[in-house]
Write a protein that binds this ligand. Sequence first.
Ligand SMILES: [Zn+2]
Length: 215
Amino acid sequence: MTDAYLPPLSDFAFSAEEEAAIVAAMLEDSPWDKVPAAHKDAIKSAKQRIQTYHLTRHNHQCCYCRTILHGGGYFMIDREHVLPKSIYRPFTFAPWNLSVSCKRCNMQFKKDCVAFVIDADGAGPDDTGANYRLVHPNFDAWDHHLLRTAVQAGGNVLVKFTVLTGSAKGAYHHEYFALKELEIDTFDQAQGMEAIAGSIADQIRKLARQHGQAN
Ligand SMILES: [Zn+2]
């Protein structure tokens, strides 16, 4: 399978010290959150490095909605477990099951939900995007399913999400993360500049039509 993002996931490796710490953490009830004191620093380093790696792969954007996370820090960025760690414990530290998302996508929509997995019992390291109804942050290319168009005019950022023609996955993803809500929010913020916003919105619609069906 071709990795849609750079650097490729196959290039990531935990250090020997991090590996040992992960093995020790996996013996705990909550391996992600409760780590033996002796391994605290190594786990912290493992989490930080995997976060940086995934942020680079997704150009410092949320892997689900493409919100820019650059400089977001603790209050904005979640280390995201695609298959929830509460259910899929063995994949708690698996790089293929990890990514970076905004708090909105993780806390409001993903949570411990597994409705987006087609074969939930068989999900694991041999998965491809075919086992996921949503656009998987490691197995699927987001840009093959959705288009996010953003235009900044003064202090206002106008955003439009378009499901690319024929992408059932893109349509599911759009619905699952209520991406339409993000559009409404941003257009509401553009009050008082309707004329400019209107003409930009026209341009965005035109662009969206060229790429697929507008939602
Ligand atoms: Zn998001």
